[in-house]
Design a protein around this ligand. Structure first.
Ligand code: G6P
Length: 592
């Protein structure tokens, strides 16, 4: 779970590599490094963030180079373990994202043959293998070395006195950005946007030889034609544009994300559509990880409530461990990045002729999108903060759209809900306007070491997501709980030092939520209630009330989650946490 980049073209490589790496820090930022080839190969790396590396770096002249930002898996985050890694002669430099699962065996062989290793990483076997097979032909040596590797990788290689960049991928993502007289490669598209609009997503097993004249892609020894995709993401979305953090900027982008997600939807939803969730569907399985998993849980409520389809939700990291796989006829995989290893492995295990796989992802051409039988792209645009916000919103909107276009939904309900659905962006904008009040409540959380989030029904997944956000970015221990389950254990933990965030929205669960709040108050815990603006009575029970715009119960997840994102953001800010880059976390988890 690291980010790799490479450049060949007419510019100096060093500033391009550093700029691209800074856009990939969400994938890891324990340490980083670059190597530049100017006939002579020079590398520089350290256990620091990209910004600090910039300050330390001498000028490495040359217009061909590679770079890496690391999230440690094998070996501690030290300067020695940082990439690039070199062979014994210093003439081969390698950056790698993924895990070489047979590295111990390879390392032992190479040690016996006299190679010297300096790091604890799995990656270091790659330059030594290339060195071993090198007999004057860099491409041949690279390809032979690849045949010895097991596991997952995206690799970029430089050879001294060789004016080409060699890359390959298996399971880990790798994108080749095609510019005018320049090529930039990276683990993910946001890193490239400043330089190119057109990209090729390499397929598993592809090897590419990149020179100043262009890109040659091969698969199993034969030339491979790959589609060039035009990326129309807005470049300003990968900058903070005056906000302190990407996260708060992305939270504020949500009204626009809703608008973009709904663009073209109204007017077309009445049309007959070939939807996977129509026609005698006996059941659905939904799976994802982290925030995407929580979106699946909301999806379960939406589909079961509105369409009456039984939905099973699986956490992909658990599902892929199962001995026996029992599938529904339709599987929906949710993944912002489209590269989460647990999701990919689960989808691959599920892929059978009798199972239709629908992937909802934010990244065009991502691996998940290529596994799927059908893909829905979310309209979140590039999400830079490690903690997800707008991509979750975009996922929810797509799930609603699916439900609203299903023939299983009765017309009266559809018409009633569509009116509100149309104005959700305005409603979310109104939640954002309560930012100051929410920030005040965040102060209480910031002073606590633990907190509970409780909700019922469709708000239960939102409680999980709110707690996850707080944990991720503020490092405060938080648990999301089904409100009715509190009395089966967690009540024992409640005291005046344990704030509870209660999602007290109207409709069916209102009465039972009020009882829960009373139960909590009886234990002395401060309660922050998220309530409907029309609710005048909750203020007499809860300690703090965040009043939110009125919506139908089914849309409560959209409104509530924005308030919880802000709550987590301000709690983390009060505690001085590195909000966009929480410790030990990475945005895209490409290892299992
Ligand atoms: C990581 C990120 C989370 C994200 C999860 C799933 O843990 O830090 O923010 O929700 O991966 O990612 P995906 O790209 O599959 O949605």
């Amino acid at each position: 779970m690291c980010g790799i980049v490479g450049y060949i073209g007419y510019r100096q490589a060093q500033p391009v590599l550093l700029n691209c790496l800074s856009k990939l820090e969400y994938r890891g930022y324990d340490s980083c490094g670059i190597a530049v080839n100017n006939g002579h190969l020079r590398g520089f790396k350290d256990a620091v963030r990209v910004e600090a590396l910039k300050a330390e770096l001498p000028s490495l002249e040359g217009s061909l180079g590679i770079g890496h930002t690391r999230w440690a898996t094998h070996g501690k985050p030290t300067a020695i373990n940082a990439h690039p890694h070199f062979d014994c002669t210093g003439k081969v430099a390698v950056v790698h994202n993924g895990i070489i699962s047979n590295f111990e065996e390879l390392r032992l062989h190479l040690l016996k043959e006299g190679h010297t290793f300096v790091s604890d990483t799995d990656t270091e076997v790659i330059p030594h293998l290339i060195e071993k097979y090198y007999q004057g032909d860099p491409i041949g040596a690279f390809q032979t070395a690849l045949t010895r590797l097991e596991g997952s990788f995206a690799i970029a290689v430089l050879f001294e006195k060789y004016d080409k960049l060699l890359v390959s991928r298996r399971e880990s993502p790798l994108v080749v950005g095609i510019g005018d007289n320049e090529t930039v490669i990276a683990s993910d598209v946001p890193a490239l946007l400043e330089y190119v609009d057109n990209v090729i997503y390499l397929e598993d097993g592809d090897t590419a030889v990149i020179s100043k004249d262009g890109v040659l892609i091969e698969q199993n020894g034969a030339a491979a034609d790959r589609t060039v995709h035009h990326v129309n993401w807005d470049r300003s979305k990968v900058e903070k544009n005056g906000y302190d953090h990407f996260l708060i900027k992305e939270i504020h982008e949500q009204p626009d994300v809703i608008k973009d997600s709904l663009s073209g939807f109204f007017g077309s939803q009445e049309e007959e559509k070939d939807s996977l969730i129509d026609s005698n569907l006996s059941g659905l399985t939904m799976l994802g990880c982290g925030t995407s998993y929580n979106a699946c849980l909301v999806g379960k409520y939406i589909f079961e409530e509105l369409l009456g389809i039984p939905v099973r939700v699986e956490s992909a990291s658990e599902f892929m461990q199962r001995g026996r796989i029992i599938s529904s006829p339709v599987v929906i995989g949710l993944t912002q990045s489209g590269e989460t290893a647990d999701v990919l492995l689960s989808l691959k295990r599920l892929k059978k002729p009798q199972v239709k796989i629908l992937v909802i992802t934010n990244v065009p051409g991502s691996t998940a999108s290529r596994i799927a039988d059908q893909v829905i792209y979310t309209a979140a645009g590039p999400e830079m903060s490690v903690a997800a916000s707008k991509s979750y919103m975009a996922q929810l909107i797509e799930l609603f759209k699916m439900a609203f276009t299903s023939k299983l939904l009765d017309t009266a309900t559809r018409e009633r809900l569509l009116k509100e659905f149309r104005s959700l962006n305005v409603i979310v904008q109104r939640v954002l306007e309560t930012e100051r009040e929410i920030a005040e409540c965040a102060n209480i959380l910031a002073r606590s070491s633990t907190a509970f989030y409780v909700g019922r029904g469709i708000n239960y997944p939102t409680a999980l997501e709110g707690a996850l956000k707080l944990k991720e970015i503020s490092y405060i221990h938080a648990e999301g709980y089904a409100a009715g389950e509190l009395k089966h254990g967690p009540l024992a933990l409640l005291d005046e030092k344990t704030p509870v965030v209660a999602l007290v929205t109207p409709e069916e669960v209102y009465g039972s939520m009020v009882s829960t709040v009373k139960e909590i108050k009886a234990r002395g815990s401060p309660v922050i209630a998220l309530a409907d603006e029309r609710d005048d009575s909750i203020a007499s029970i809860a300690d703090f009330v965040i009043k939110l715009p009125h919506t139908s119960g089914i849309f409560a997840p959209v409104v509530n989650v924005v308030a919880l994102q802000l709550l987590a953001y301000y709690a983390a800010k009060f505690r001085g946490c590195p909000i966009d880059f929480p410790r030990n976390l990475a945005k895209s988890v490409t290892v299992v």
